[in-house]
Structure formats: C-alpha cells, structure tokens
Design a binder for this molecule. Sequence first.
Ligand SMILES: O=C(O)C1=C[C@@H](OP(=O)(O)O)[C@@H](O)[C@H](O)C1
Ligand SMILES: C=C(OP(=O)(O)O)C(=O)O
Length: 414
Amino acid sequence: MKAILKRGELPSENIKINIGGSKSESNRLLILQAQFPNISIENLSESDDSTVLKKALNVINGTVDVHHAGTAMRFLTAYFAAKEGAAILLTGSQRMQQRPIGILVEALRNLGADIAFVKNEGFPPLKIKGKKLLKTEVTIKANVSSQYISALMLMAPMLPHGLKIVLDGNTTSVPYIEMTLSLLKKIGIESSFANNEIVVSAAKNVEKQSLIVESDWSSASYFYSLVALSESLQVTLGSFSRESLQGDAALAQLYNSLGVETVFNASEKTISLVKKDIPLPDSLLLDLSNTPDLAQTIAVSCFGLGISCRLTGLHTLKIKETDRLLALKTELEKLGATVQIDENSLSLEKTSQIYLNKTIETYQDHRMAMAFAPLALRTELTIQNAEVVSKSYPNFWKDLQKIGVVCELGSSAK
Ligand SMILES: O=C(O)C1=C[C@@H](OP(=O)(O)O)[C@@H](O)[C@H](O)C1
Ligand SMILES: C=C(OP(=O)(O)O)C(=O)O
C-alpha cells in the first residue's frame, strides 16, 4: 500500500488525538506479566510488536516468529532461556535475521543457558532450551543495544538468586535501561543501577496490581514535527504526563527551539503542542544517544524547516529496522537535501527547496514512513509500503488525516 500525501485545509481548532500505549513500556510489562500473572495492564500498545510478543508468551514448545520486533526478539531470548521446560525455535523477518544478538546470547550462555544459532553465528534464528540458570553475575558489552541489557534485567527475577549485570564500555540508550529499572521497582522488585552495575533481586510473586501504560512519546514525535512545519497548528495528545518513564519525552525540550511549545495538562493527562512564531536557529546540534528513535523525525523536521543540523550519537541506527543512516541520506537527497553520514552521525545542509512529487521508500521501517509524512505540509509526496506503520502505530494514517493532511491510500505499485 502506498500513501499519497498532500496538504489539505489545516484545522484552526485544537485537534485531540489519543496515541495509544508505549510499545517499550508494554513489551516490558508483558514479560513481567508472564512471570507475575496477577499484574494487569491498561492502555497496552496495539502495535504489531506488542501483539506478536503477547502471542509468543503463550508458547512453551514450538516456533515463535517475532517478525520485525527487536524488543520481542531480545526479551524473549532471555525469557525462554530461563523458562524451565521451554523448547523454542525463535525466529523473525529477513531483516531480524541480520540484526545481531550474539552479545546477548553470549551473556546468557555464560549464565548457563542452552542456546544455539540455527543459521548464522551471532544472529537469529535461535534454538533455545529453557533451564534453571544458577549463576548470579554476568558482564555484557553495553554500547551496541540497551535491549540486551533490558532483556537480562526482565529475566532476572526468574533466577533463583537474582542477577548482577556488569556493563562493559559506554552504555547506549540509557533511558531505556532506566525505564526497565523503574518498571521492576514499580511492581515491587528490588533493583538498582549505579556505577555500571545493575542488580535485580529474585522474586516468586508480587502484589496484585494494575499498571497504566503512558502513551508512546516516540509516536508523539511525528506530531511535534507536524506542528513545527505548520503555521499555527495546535494538537492535544493523550495520555501523557511530565513524569514519564520514556526517554523520548525529551521531545518537549528538543522541539522548543523549532517553535513547538509543550503545555502539560496534568488533570487531563494530556499535552498540547502549540506552534510559536519564534526565529528558528540556523542550525541544530544534538547528541541523540539517549533518544535514537527521534533521529529520523528531527532530521526530516530540520530539512522541512530549511535549517541545517548535525545529529550525533547515532551508532545504533545501522542495526535497527533498516540502516537508518543510509535510508535517511538516500530519501532526503531525493527531495533535494545534501546529507553526510558516518558511523555515528548525520549532517544535513541548509536547503531552501523541497522537490515535488517524490516517492519515499520505507525499507520496512515504520519510522521512515512516519518521519517523512509531516513533509506533506511543505510538498506533495508518496510514501511507499505505508502499512509499515503498524509496527508501532497502527492508527497513524487515520490520525494524520485528522490534522488536515489529505492521505490517499492505494496499492504499492508505482
Ligand atoms: O528497549 C527498548 O524498548 C528500545 C530500545 C532502543 O534500542 P537500542 O537500545 O538498541 O538503541 C530503541 O531504539 C528501541 O526502539 C526500543
Ligand atoms: C528500533 C525500534 O524497534 P525494535 O528495535 O524493537 O525493532 C523502533 O521502534 O524504532
């Protein structure tokens, strides 16, 4: 399916949109709920990645295919490895089979896990035989993906003596580790993270409780971009709060300089994004190592606004749904941008013109589709394979139309 996008009449009134639960929080809580069934979850994400994980957690013997879901792949590897009696072939999409998992498998094997690589050493699919893991300490390389570390933390309460995780090297995507820690603490599991050491206690049960998932800040980023690229849009998004567990809540600060003010409405648990007519900076310089999922949104916003940017801390982007650095460069340049990339950064030159009627490839990456869509306020464009958005935000195209983008959804044939 392709999406042909053009600017319609933008609403002058405040538009309200309910984005839906955070995929990261949901996927952590699903792993914890599998261990502690008296936890209930409200505002669970309806994303493909959460749906596939929820379904996988019912399997104890057989094949589990997580498709494109990275967190599901990583969290389930650790979960099944420690689940006595599990006998699982854990696989995923072709891209998932190119996303490295050797660092996590090695850490689990050091704890005594029985995991074999079925095709390529270091990559899914994996054959996992669940067993009791008796060791209490493991060291793991921390600069490739925080998901490996969260996976160990979420499994740790299942171990008879809990787990100490020593982080080796610079730790990447730290807010995601802190989110895991906060959720463990919230349900009553003793845990700590200081001086590159994480400690999580064992737990057989927790108190019966209901947890409400905050909506997804990464999904909110596309509305920040839309408001920034508009003249006077005002959008209210639910349900969000200032005390977020999600690192991507940094959006509220990050988009200030791009003319988007965030008003927190504590009683309604909403945020209102309001366009401010302020002078824009010539250039934006940001280290996004804490918020890697915002890189595409911000790069495209800067391009649409005609300002230059240099984004650093992007070393994890190459192993996500696609090589996001290369994908960004290729697609932005189609629209007239000049972009330079290296191992961990992207530099965009100031451009005043955006080419019309270009087709953006999405490389099976939901964030490529959603990050480029706001440019519809500045040019007409087509997004190829628009269905990819369901990985994290199934209602994206519907919600986009609410704020005045005309969205013609058709077949993907060019
Ligand atoms: O733990 C999580 O929920 C996530 C961690 C991040 O991955 P990395 O730690 O691999 O950067 C992020 O990009 C991903 O979308 C979700
Ligand atoms: C990187 C992402 O997801 P995952 O790694 O879980 O596939 C994402 O949602 O941007």
